[in-house]
Design a protein around this ligand. Structure first.
Ligand SMILES: CC#CCOc1ccc(CNS(N)(=O)=O)cc1
Ligand SMILES: [Zn+2]
Length: 260
């Protein structure tokens, strides 16, 4: 156990990939969580999500040693999400994935304890209230992340372009230009059915700034695990797998559903 400020952080919570900060901000709305379907509450006031993505805002892929991020130009409101549980408009800044070493696990959230082989996160920040991601990341209404579960299955044409670019970013800190990719192709057909709850980033800085929207419908693709955590120089190349955080306590939060 590590005592820090008023919070005791059990080291077993620490993900092997990185040491979690000793003082987790607040600590009563952490992510990810298991979504217990029978305990989720249908909220008829939840509107459909309105997603508008412009492929021209796609810029590059970056291997940050923990995942690979596809980064978008978020200096204008060209790629945004609003509606659903959101009071404001949120700009897309990047998307990335979490996956396991096999198909038995890899997702961060689970549905009635069911894990998926991987999970996509589309990260957005509140551009109605803040002018930069860095400002929004510490505000409780600052971020909105759309989570989509991935299952191993048929080839996904849209994603194949991304998978084909991954060998160029095999090593930590490598970046490759990547343009004209429409992230809407990663969304399931049905984005009206989702669960939503107040949570946090699942990677540092773990700030409790995220309105999560977890899609009920998953997408399918052939699997990728060709990435590395380590730089080219390091002798031992560790493959990048199991980059998910342990699940966190619900601490009394309610998970709402947009569907019955
Ligand atoms: C300032 C700053 C910063 C770090 O920015 C991010 C952005 C996205 C993420 C992804 N976290 S997750 N897995 O919850 O979507 C983490 C840190
Ligand atoms: Zn993530």
């Amino acid at each position: 156990l590590t005592a820090c400020s008023s919070k005791l952080v059990h080291l077993s919570q620490v993900h092997p990939m990185w040491q979690e900060p000793l003082a987790i901000p607040g600590g009563d709305r952490q992510s990810p969580i298991d979504i217990v379907v029978r305990k989720s509450v249908f909220d008829p006031q939840l509107r459909p999500l309105k997603v508008k993505y412009d492929p021209r805002t796609c810029q590059q892929i970056w291997n940050n040693g923990y995942s690979f991020l596809v980064e978008y130009d978020d200096t204008t409101d060209k790629s945004t999400v609003k509606g659903g549980p959101l009071e404001d408009q949120f700009r897309l800044c990047q998307f990335h994935f979490h996956w396991g070493e096999n198909n038995a696990w890899g997702s961060e959230h689970s549905i009635d304890r069911r894990l998926y082989p991987a999970e996509l996160h589309l990260v957005h920040w509140n551009s109605d209230k803040y002018s930069l991601f860095e400002e929004a990341v510490i505000e409780e209404n600052g971020l909105a992340v759309i989570a989509v579960f991935l299952k191993v299955g048929k080839r996904h044409e849209g994603l194949q372009k991304l998978v084909d670019a991954l060998p160029a970013v095999r090593h930590k800190d490598s970046v490759v230009e990547f343009t004209k990719f429409d992230p809407a192709c990663l969304l399931p057909e049905n984005i009206d059915d989702y669960w939503t709850y107040a949570g946090s980033l699942t990677t540092p800085p773990l700030t409790e700034a995220v309105t999560w929207m977890v899609m009920k419908q998953h997408i399918e693709l052939a699997v990728f695990r060709s990435l590395l955590f380590t730089s080219a120089e390091e002798q031992v190349q560790r493959s990048m797998v199991n980059n998910f955080r342990v699940q966190q306590a619900l601490k009394g939060r309610t998970v709402r559903s947009s569907f019955t």
